[in-house]
Design a protein around this ligand. Structure first.
Ligand SMILES: *Cc1c(COP(=O)(O)O)cnc(C)c1O
Length: 455
């Protein structure tokens, strides 16, 4: 029995597809053995991503009808702005269509040729925006020690940052970005202690501190659970404390916005905000809608209130913890401690006989689909490896991870029990699984389009 209960009941339902084993084999072959290319109608349980996949509440669906679609100064913008001003304390609020637009615009204003952006870990689209500004994205995550559970594995390595800032390259650092939670690093939270430490170093060197706040509510909740002294604080209070320590933030609201589309730029500096607003006009739309419909702004304003409800966040963290525990009991090597938005499994440990160049994480993910119609994402050599020089073998990723992402409020514990059952079957035959060969691939982000064949 799970140790938690979904804090909602279900009012609208959507049937899920049950393709037969033959249909799954055919669908995967047609997709070039790449789960991104399999149509959703062939997927039984879709744990590919937690981005834009949330179920909206009755209050959000009701808010859609109140959407004001005026081009300029819509009521819906005013509601969005007032919720975000109250939540973040930032005065300058600019909606955009999704997170990467916000990153491209803010980082494009902060960075130029030869500059450095430092982060606990730049998310892949963030890194792309830094590099598009001809700057360098430097990741300084806290070191991890085998066998030691770090409750704040998402932290920035403050000693390494201090050393960098005091060194020859210090003057090239133009911003520090804390990704909360640290998506690329197992979805681990960042502590308030760490954010405050980064703030002090930034102040000493006159550098702005930004939050990539896509999962701000999950980070805030994990602080109440894991950081000494905050057990009695609400996630709302912690979120405000995090924002108070920063000069601004951007976010993909497709995560903790509890809606299906949206992004945000929120700043204190009015001059920087007006330069960003010019870019929003050029690339997104008038600054009071930023590429979104009025109804999207309404759904987001409501979602941003709901996401901080302690009962919701407790369920979110507890379901991930329980799911991780069950997968571990089923024989899968699970990264611990679990965060909120996903559970990560080290497929490299199960498929030691498959070389990284033969994509063991892909082999494991594809077998989950073939066995039970489950779609997860591979975060191994297909995503983080690099094509070798002159057509040589791939340079492998550090780990062959598979991510079971958890869409918000979408699947119940019994859906996850089904996933655990399928994962157990796959883990038990891991020694017989074979790898894949890349037939065709694009450049950056090759995982989205690559075509593979069984090795
Ligand atoms: C999803 C995400 C982004 C990019 O946002 P999109 O809405 O997908 O463009 C940026 N940073 C983090 C941490 C994310 O999780």
């Amino acid at each position: 029995m799970p140790s938690f209960m979904e804090p909602f009941r279900i009012k609208a339902v959507e049937p899920i597809p049950f393709p037969s084993p033959d249909e799954r084999h055919e669908a995967l072959a047609i997709a070039g053995y790449n789960l991104f290319r399999v149509p959703a109608r062939k997927i039984t349980i879709d744990l590919l991503t937690d981005s834009g996949t949330a179920a909206m509440s009755a209050a959000q669906w009701a808010a859609l009808m109140a959407g004001d679609e005026s081009y300029a100064g819509a009521n819906s913008f005013e509601r969005f702005e007032s919720v975000l001003r109250e939540l973040t304390g930032f005065s300058e609020i600019l909606p955009v269509h999704q997170g990467r637009a916000a990153e491209r615009i803010v980082l494009g204003q902060l960075l130029g040729l030869g500059d450095i952006s430092v982060s606990n870990t730049h998310f892949d689209s963030t890194r792309a925006s830094v590099e598009a500004a001809d700057a360098e994205a430097l990741d300084l995550p806290v070191p991890s020690y085998a066998g030691i559970l770090n409750p704040f594995g998402g932290d920035l390595d403050l000693d390494a940052l201090a050393e960098l800032l005091d060194g020859n390259s210090g003057s090239r650092v133009k911003c520090v970005v804390l990704t909360i939670t640290n998506n690329a690093n197992g979805g681990q939270p960042v502590s308030l202690l760490n954010i405050a430490g980064a703030r002090r170093l930034c102040d000493r060197h006159g550098i702005p501190l930004f939050l990539d706040a896509s999962r701000f509510a999950e980070n805030a909740y994990l602080i109440t659970q894991r950081e000494a002294g905050y057990a009695d604080s609400t996630p709302h209070e912690i979120a405000r404390t995090m924002f108070d320590l920063a000069d601004g933030c951007w976010a993909s609201l497709k995560k903790d916005g509890l809606a299906n589309i949206g992004g945000l730029i929120a700043l204190r500096d009015a001059a920087l905000a007006s330069r960003c607003a010019e870019q929003v006009i050029a690339f997104e739309g008038f600054p009071t809608y930023g590429g979104l419909a009025g109804r999207d702004l309404e759904a987001l304003a409501q979602g941003l209130l709901e996401v901080l409800e302690p009962e919701y966040l407790r369920y979110r963290a507890e379901s991930a913890r329980w799911f991780g525990e069950q997968l571990e009991l089923a024989g899968l090597p699970v990264l611990q401690p679990t965060g909120c938005h996903a559970v990560y499994v080290d497929a490299g440990l199960l498929l030691e006989h498959v070389a990284p160049q033969a994509l063991p994480a892909t082999a494991f993910a594809n077998e989950l689909y073939l066995t039970g119609g489950i779609r997860v994402s591979e975060l191994g050599t297909l995503v983080f490896g690099k094509p070798g020089h002159d057509g040589g073998p791939d340079l492998p990723a550090p780990r062959e991870l598979v991510r079971f992402a958890l869409p918000r409020r979408v699947y119940t514990a019994s859906h996850l029990e089904y996933v655990v059952d399928v994962a157990e079957v796959v883990a038990s035959k891991a020694a017989q699984l074979r790898g894949y060969r890349i037939l065709r691939q694009g450049g950056a982000m090759r995982q989205f389009t690559a075509v593979l064949e069984p090795a």
